[in-house]
Design a protein around this ligand. Structure first.
Ligand code: GDG
Length: 736
């Protein structure tokens, strides 16, 4: 693989000023560990902010820092005081963070923060563009850089871009609140691969794309202009061995070698064999549910007085975003709650909550994981939550219980934890009781499963999976492009066209010659389309046929003024030039009274959907209905119809946002073949966009130039990406 660069708000080093100059300290965070393995292996750069305010640095100091980082493969993006205030603390942490964690009441909509966010994202993108070449791969991380993928892609389309979001992606109902919602999605769609921790975030994102942009989406692939964007879930892992080994090392230390904290913990247990520790670790953030957790612990002590004196909650709250008002309020609330619980339930030799408001060194962290019987992890929302995984990895004795919020992404991977609703304080109190009284054997059984799973999908596996998928996306795009009509392919088609003496051109209508409209009656042909068709018809070597699922009355009305052949209702009706309408197959409508009530029931329950009755078919349209609901309804309806149609010799056709029930033995392929029989055409082409057109692609003679509009799997030989592309193609053929 070519070079792979990482882009994140922060570089994987922090910088401290010493007497003899600046010194780099390697970050030990999960992301830094995982990514270092990736960008060093692929010889790329890590692009990000050094963590220093550029206003506080002299030119010489800034250059010294840049040089030090450069040696480590890092390229710095400078941030000034106002950038930090408006881009980082402002739009990132006061707008996106609360919104994406469903704290809509905290969202700040300051337009100046948005402006700075855009400007700083552009600065990051420019720095990336400086260091990368066409053919390189770039992996952008997290919510501070949502606009960067598009900013890279629009300038260097030859660069493959991946993006991973570390926080939740909210549901459409929440996301839509944001005035800059279109811009953010558009920024993300610059990526070739978009990763989320869990499927829920992925489906929220896809739903926003569908509703805000209407792009075509097939499974987890979005068709954006001429590209395919793949979306997938990759639950981020940890460096499992690092925690497991550190935990073993901690246990093997002699008394003298042990840290002060470790000694304190041992003393605590020595006081009584019944003593238990419950652990709580997070950044002090309102998304983490810390006040609710404390209150639940108070409730637990209240309801189970037998545990007073023997169960202590160790609460490590790492200071975070202290400039932001909501965090200051939270800090006061937590301080008060700790005081209240300790005041109410404490005694001379019992402190219910040990509260640390600071970051501890890694060794202490592992000691805590090692010594605590229960990990109490109760975020109100959390993208993943790595603490839960780190606790599991550190439990070499295989004892210990995780009490876990169902709102954390990690809960999807931890079925063996006791899951709780983080708002429900009584439930948490009871879960805590259950955890503290769980038999050892049960703890070990659960822990064994958790460890096996967390170990397997480590941070390294996570990173390599994402990188491998980025490579695969290139192949998907290549396969898509392979069927695209390139200049050379077009030339070949044009040569055949020019040489031909008698040509048959079959054109589907909706989604091929004209875009879909919410109201199908609005899809009538415009002037440009008439010009294109007239130019083709003017060449007397051409026999042009519109072949559509629409009813004959509509098409007859719309195309009354031009001499064109029409095949309607997927092949039931044919009107050749100068002739009357004829049916291509013998059909009847006796079945309609049986099927109609079924469709009507679905109309009643699916607002926006409606029934169209054609001469020989019934159609349930759901283009105007709520997209996700109607997809489900469409599946239900198909299932129900399948049970009915067999004995009636009917067929169900699932088109684009329609389900059509019609007589069996009729399709566009049969109709088109009947149309050309007894004639000697030396140029045949068929263009269509949906499932019903596949019959033409499969059944017309093999020399037919078959063209599919859109990205879905097809039997056609070629693809065009859109209605505009079809019109462009026909204009060239018709020489207009
Ligand atoms: C975001 C998302 C997602 C904590 N205290 C100390 C310390 N830590 C380390 C832990 C852990 C990390 O910080 C916290 O990670 P989380 O995943 O729990 O949470 P966020 O910081 O909010 O991270 C989150 C994550 O991104 C990854 O995608 O899981 O949902 O919000 O690694 O060990 N480390 C040390 N001392 C401490 O006192 N050394």
């Amino acid at each position: 693989m070519s070079r792979l660069h990482i882009v994140a708000n922060r570089l994987p080093y922090s910088i401290v000023k010493q007497e003899d100059g600046f010194q780099l300290i390697e970050s030990v965070g999960g992301l830094a560990t995982g990514m270092k393995s990736v960008y060093t292996e692929y010889g790329g750069k890590w692009i990000g902010w050094s963590g220093h305010n550029s206003d506080d640095l002299t030119y010489e100091e800034a250059s010294e820092i840049d040089d030090l980082l450069e040696e480590k493969g890092c390229a710095t993006v400078p941030l000034s005081d106002s950038d930090i205030l408006e881009y980082y603390e402002g739009f990132s942490n006061k707008t996106i963070w609360p919104l994406f964690h469903y704290f809509t009441q905290y969202v700040d909509y300051a337009p100046e923060n948005w402006e700075t966010f855009k400007r700083v994202n552009q600065r990051f993108a420019d720095r990336v563009l400086d260091v990368c070449d066409d053919g390189d791969t770039v992996w952008v991380h997290d919510y501070q850089l949502l606009l960067v993928p598009e900013m890279i892609k629009s300038k260097k389309p030859g660069v493959t871009v991946g993006f991973f979001l570390h926080i939740p992606f909210p549901s459409y109902e929440v996301f839509r609140i944001l005035p800059w919602r279109m811009e953010l999605i558009n920024g993300m769609l610059g990526a070739d691969l978009l990763g989320f921790h869990i499927y829920d975030y992925e489906r929220h994102f896809l739903s926003c794309v569908r509703r805000l942009f209407g792009h075509e989406i097939a499974l987890n692939q979005i068709h954006v202009d001429e590209r395919i964007v793949k979306v997938d879930a990759y639950p981020m892992g940890i460096d499992y061995d690092k925690f497991s080994n550190a935990s073993t090392a901690v246990m093997q230390k002699t008394v003298h070698e042990r840290s002060e904290l470790h000694k304190e913990l041992e003393k605590y247990f020595l006081m009584s064999p019944d003593r238990r520790l419950v652990l709580s670790i997070d950044r002090l953030d309102y998304s983490k549910g810390i006040p609710q957790r404390l209150k639940s612990f108070g409730k637990f002590l209240d309801k189970h007085p037998e545990f007073r004196g023997s169960v202590t909650l160790i609460m490590l709250a790492v200071p975070s975003r202290g400039h932001v008002e909501e965090y200051q309020i939270l800090k006061r609330e937590v301080d008060e709650l700790v005081g209240k619980i300790n005041g109410e339930y404490g005694s001379v030799n019992y402190t219910p909550v040990w509260y640390f408001y600071r970051a501890l060194p890694f060794e202490n962290l592992v000691e805590l994981y090692n010594s605590c019987d229960v990990a109490l992890i109760t975020p109100l929302r959390d993208g993943m939550n790595l603490v839960a995984k780190e606790y599991v990895a550190s439990r070499n004795t295989q004892t210990g219980v995780v009490v876990l919020s169902e709102m954390a992404g990690v809960s999807k991977e931890m079925g063996e934890a006791i899951t709780i609703n983080p708002i429900n304080e009584d439930e948490i109190a009871e879960a805590l009781h259950r955890a503290l009284t769980m038999p050892k054997q049960e703890q070990q059984e659960r822990m064994k499963h958790l460890q096996n799973r967390i170990k397997r999908y480590s941070i390294f596996k996570w990173a390599s999976d994402f990188v491998n998928d980025l490579e695969k996306v290139k192949l998907i795009q290549k396969a898509y492009l392979a069927k695209k009509i390139s200049k050379t392919v077009y030339k070949e088609i044009d040569t055949k066209y020019t040489k031909a003496k008698k040509r048959a051109i079959f054109l589907d209508y909706d989604g091929t010659l004209t875009s879909f409209h919410k109201d199908p009656q609005e899809a009538y042909p415009n002037e440009e389309l008439f010009d294109i068709l007239e130019a083709l018809i003017a060449d007397e070597k051409n026999t042009v046929t519109i072949i559509s699922g629409r009813d004959k009355e509509t098409l007859e009305k719309w195309f009354a003024d031009i001499p064109i052949n029409l095949i309607c209702e997927h092949g039931v009706w044919l009107r050749k030039l100068g002739e009357d309408w004829q049916t291509l197959t013998q059909v009847n409508n006796d079945w309609m009274p049986m099927i109609r009530p079924v469709l009507e029931r679905f109309v009643d329950r699916t607002p926006g959907s409606f029934i169209e009755e054609k001469n020989y078919s019934l159609v349930w349209h759901y283009r105007k209905a709520e997209p996700e609901q109607s997809e489900i309804r469409a599946k239900e309806l198909t299932d129900e119809l399948l049970g009915l149609v067999g004995s009636l010799h009917l067929e169900i056709m699932e088109g684009s946002k329609v389900i059509e029930v019609k007589n069996g033995g009729i399709n566009k392929g049969i109709a088109a073949n009947q149309f050309i029989q007894n004639e000697k055409y030396d140029f045949l082409t068929a263009i269509g966009d949906d499932w019903t057109d596949e019959y033409m692609f499969k059944e017309l003679p093999k020399e037919t130039i078959t063209i599919k509009v859109g990205m879905n799997r097809t039997a056609a030989a070629y693809k065009l990406e859109s209605v505009e592309a079809v019109r462009g193609f026909l204009k060239k053929l018709g020489e207009i």
